[in-house]
Write a new protein. Structure first.
Length: 268
């Protein structure tokens, strides 16, 4: 009976829905069309109920939407760490919070106990989303470090299962730069497996994700643009912002930051 029902559902899906790719939801996400991304991710999950990447993508759209609402995705966020540290704690809208938690819980449930590449990729993404939500939205640094360790573990398993899954390098690079940004006397408390705390190594690994990644490639470019700005390397920052602006022309935050950096000019 279950097989019959599933086959019946597949036959009744519209051709457009059957052809829907999760890539479409990510394109909307990186164009900062968060509601459109959530809707496409939901439609994708309806057509592919066993794919954990569907709810993970919905969670990504929820997180980006919250960060945008809190003004943490524009020039204020890219300029330096103090703007993030000193920003007053802004409690997330409860509906948005519940939607995010539901999305990541659904993704975890579907990927739980599975060791296929799709599930490992999902868990790498989901734990990274939870890390960022804990750190940036809820200001729970200790929880974010625990999630960074979990994300590192899944990324290691992902790259071992599929060496071409370069999205794993987003996690490797982000965690490396994160630990490298922590004051030296606090580093013993933020140990992460195979992370030495070198900002330069973190940037190099993020460059791999920005060049060869798939779903996290644009996110890696955004992070590199931010980190290079903080490292006083505006040429490299503009390089990534220009690539993002070409690929995602509807993203006004990227355009504004690129224009700002270009106005500053110079080749330092």
């Amino acid at each position: 009976m279950r097989l019959t029902s599933i086959l019946g559902l597949a036959l009744t899906l519209s051709p457009a829905l059957q052809a829907l790719s999760i890539d479409d939801a990510y394109r909307r996400l990186y164009n900062f069309d968060f509601s459109g991304s959530r809707e496409l991710a939901s439609q994708y999950s309806e057509a592919n109920p066993q794919d954990p990447l569907g709810p993970a993508t919905r969670g990504a759209a929820c997180l980006f939407s919250e960060l945008h609402r809190m003004k943490l995705l524009g020039k204020e966020f890219m300029t330096n760490d103090d703007n993030v540290k000193n920003k007053p704690r802004a409690m997330p809208k409860e509906q948005a919070r519940q939607e995010f938690l539901r999305a990541v819980a659904d993704a975890r449930q579907l990927a739980a106990g599975r060791s296929d590449v799709r599930s490992l990729l999902t868990m790498t993404i989901v734990t990274g989303l939870e890390r960022d939500y804990a750190a940036l939205v809820e200001k729970r640094f200790r929880a974010s470090i625990e999630l960074a360790r979990e994300s590192q573990s899944y990324a290691q398993r992902l790259i071992a299962a599929d060496p071409t899954a370069k999205d794993a390098y987003f996690t490797f690079g982000f965690n490396e730069y994160l630990v490298g940004s922590v004051p030296f006397f606090l580093r013993p408390f933020v140990k992460i497996d195979q992370v030495a705390g070198s900002k330069q190594v973190g940037l190099e690994k993020l460059e791999i994700a920005a060049r060869d990644g798939k779903y996290l490639k644009p996110f890696a470019q955004m992070m590199l643009a931010m980190f290079y700005t903080r490292e006083k390397r505006p040429v490299d920052s503009r390089r990534h912002l220009a690539a993002l602006a070409r690929e995602y022309p509807e993203n006004l935050a990227v355009k504004e930051e690129l224009e700002r950096l270009s106005a500053v000019g110079g080749s330092q």
